[in-house]
Design a protein around this ligand. Structure first.
Ligand SMILES: Nc1ncnc2c1ncn2[C@@H]1O[C@H](COP(=O)(O)OP(=O)(O)OP(=O)(O)O)[C@@H](O)[C@H]1O
Length: 260
């Protein structure tokens, strides 16, 4: 592994919620590296710690111990100003339930991170046009969320996550609220953004189909890394990779149907 293009380093991350009788050890020591341009999947049963892991990386949750480094810089040592810059510019976050603001149009939702984080509007219109074309949402830019389909809302949310050209996109179950057609459409777009625009993506998912678009997948069990799968570049079809994913899902706990 060439560590020169390591974008993110997760080192011995633990997270314990509550104490005594309410204590939950959500993460029990997780370490891995993410390389630039990877499309990394995180899978595991409900409650295994996937969202906690993503939120520690997003600095929405503070780890109990361990560190996260972005390009070698320790996030826990960031000042408030550096954290704001990190959240607003270095990462983009895509939520399962879209989290668009209902009283803003698609266009206003997409530019929100730029204004919230004081990023200047230089070229914002050009950038919206480019991203909207990639995500096929040019037609809905002046619509409000209530006037869009679920698939369109999630693609608008993806545009919002990408508008500041972040180093890494963190996605938590982005297809969780979508039907299979819209899931496939979103995954095709995310895959193109990863492959053609070289954007690093880290995605939590329960969906083996969505995971089959990834280049590498971590399986988490009870707050620990259980297994890692890597798609064989060039020599493995998405269908074959899907087959291997389903096999590991079954090993994780007695059959994919009752695990994930
Ligand atoms: N804020 C919190 N306070 C207390 N316990 C929490 C909190 N957030 C998560 N947990 C607990 O930590 C564990 C891991 O939760 P987490 O949401 O990270 O799992 P997950 O793998 O993302 O689950 P799911 O697939 O159901 O979303 C669970 O047992 C959960 O109940």
């Amino acid at each position: 592994m060439n560590l020169n293009n390591r974008i993110l380093q997760v080192d011995g991350l633990t997270k314990t919620y509550g104490k005594d009788t309410t204590k939950t050890e959500a993460l029990r020591g997780i370490s891995f590296d993410v390389l630039e341009g990877e499309f990394l999947g995180i899978m595991g049963a409900s409650g295994s710690g996937k969202t906690t892991l993503l939120n520690c990386i997003a600095t929405m949750t503070r780890p109990t111990s361990g560190k996260v480094y972005l390009r070698g810089k320790d996030l826990s040592a960031f000042t408030n100003a550096q954290l704001a810059e990190y959240r607003g510019r270095d990462i983009g976050y895509l939520f399962q339930e879209f989290e668009l603001l209902d009283n803003l149009t698609a266009r206003e939702n997409i530019v929100l991170p730029l204004s919230l984080h004081g990023i200047t509007g230089r070229g914002a219109e050009d950038r919206i046009r480019q991203i909207s074309a990639v995500l096929d949402i040019s037609e809905v830019l002046d619509k409000f969320p209530s006037q869009m389909s679920g698939g369109q809302k999630q693609r608008v949310a993806a545009a919002r996550a990408l508008i500041s050209d972040p180093d890494i996109v963190l996605a938590d179950e982005p297809t969780g609220a979508l039907d299979s057609r819209n899931s496939r459409l979103l995954m095709d777009k995310l895959s193109a953004i990863n492959q053609e625009h070289k954007k690093t993506i880290m995605m939590v998912t329960h969906d083996a189909n969505a995971a089959s678009y990834c280049s590498r997948i971590f399986f988490i069990q009870d707050g620990r890394l259980f297994h890692e799968l890597r798609r064989k570049t060039d020599s493995e079809t998405q269908t074959d990779f899907y087959g291997r994913i389903v096999t590991v899902m079954a090993q994780l706990g007695g059959g994919s149907a009752n695990v994930l």
